[in-house]
Design a protein around this ligand. Structure first.
Ligand SMILES: Cc1cc2nc3c(=O)[nH]c(=O)nc-3n(C[C@H](O)[C@H](O)[C@H](O)COP(=O)(O)O)c2cc1C
Length: 287
């Protein structure tokens, strides 16, 4: 992998290359890995604090992303050593994803990425009664990805983006949206919620790298339609439309009251005047 990073940077020196890395719970191992990866010329690091596949058993991956104290400690080791910007990749397998995101940013990370896969059990074989996928009769929960996780990813990115706007608004920290992206519209949704960049994983595994060209063309169509000339023109624009459930109910009640007030005309058959027939009819249908 180190050779591949080096080769990629040599072939495409003007492009950004971000290495996604993960290590054991060991300061020296982390710092050695960072040194070796940085030596290849990568522009940034993304730290996987979110892999659910066996890593939590070894105090790695999602085990770190789910424990804010552990996360602060490991981010400290990483940012002490790293000379390139660092993104912390967050796990969705947590109630409030904004908590570890906040810790990562306060611990020196340039940005956060979300989400990694969602812990799932794919099914149970109704003949053998064994969970799937089955390895020698046994299974373990695995990470769910692709289109099914897109709404969950949007929700998590929205939570982080709101926190970042409120608490880190004046800084340059950045957010990368991941989860179920296959089209330009999917990417636009993450950007509208505040993401600076968008990542695709399962989409290209399923449909090939050609998906990226199609995605970029669709994103450009979306921007043309709205007269946006840069990502910054629409980044985070939809965030302002989130409110509380209580506020939604209040807004709905207010709108109903306003519509009733506007409908000055007929409220029931008893109120027909006869003279204003057309107006009174309209007042019954236009709300
Ligand atoms: C087969 C597979 C392997 C993955 N390997 C990694 C990995 O090594 N490091 C990592 O941070 N995320 C890994 N992920 C998570 C993805 O990068 C991504 O966060 C997640 O799948 C959601 O995005 P998607 O719906 O576009 O796949 C992997 C996902 C899949 C499906």
């Amino acid at each position: 992998m180190l050779n591949e990073f080096k080769q990629l940077k040599e072939e495409y020196p003007d492009r950004v290359l971000i290495a996604s890395i993960m290590e054991e719970y060991n300061k020296d191992a982390w710092q050695e890995l960072i040194e070796r990866v940085e030596a290849t010329g990568v522009d940034a690091l993304e730290i996987n604090f979110s892999c659910p596949h066996g890593m939590p058993e070894r105090k790695m991956g999602a085990a770190v992303g789910q424990d804010c104290m552990l996360l602060e400690e490991v981010c400290g080791w990483i940012n002490e050593k790293a000379t390139v910007p660092v993104w912390a990749k967050m796990t969705p397998n947590i109630t409030d994803i904004s908590q570890p995101a906040r810790v990562a940013l306060k611990s020196g990370c340039e940005g956060v990425s979300a989400i990694n896969t969602i812990m799932s059990v794919m099914g149970i074989d109704l003949n053998t009664l064994r969970p799937e996928p089955c390895v020698e009769g046994y299974s373990t929960p695995g990470g769910y990805s692709a289109r099914a996780v897109h709404p969950i990813a949007l929700g998590k990115v929205m939570q982080i983006a709101k926190m970042m706007k409120t608490e880190f608004g004046n800084t340059d920290c950045s957010l990368s949206g991941i989860g179920g992206v296959e089209t330009g519209g999917d990417a636009a949704e993450f950007i509208l919620l505040g993401a600076n960049t968008v990542q695709v994983c399962t989409g290209v595994m399923m449909h090939g790298y050609g998906l990226v060209n199609k995605l970029c063309a669709e994103l450009k169509d979306f921007m043309r339609k709205h007269n946006f000339s840069s990502i910054e023109d629409f980044r985070g624009v939809s965030l302002q439309y989130f409110t509380t459930h209580t506020d939604l109910v209040k807004r709905q009640q207010q709108a109903i009251r306003q519509r009733k007030a506007v409908r000055k005309g007929l409220q029931s058959d008893k109120e027909w005047t006869g003279d204003g027939f057309v107006k009174e009819s309209e007042s019954m249908v236009s709300n």
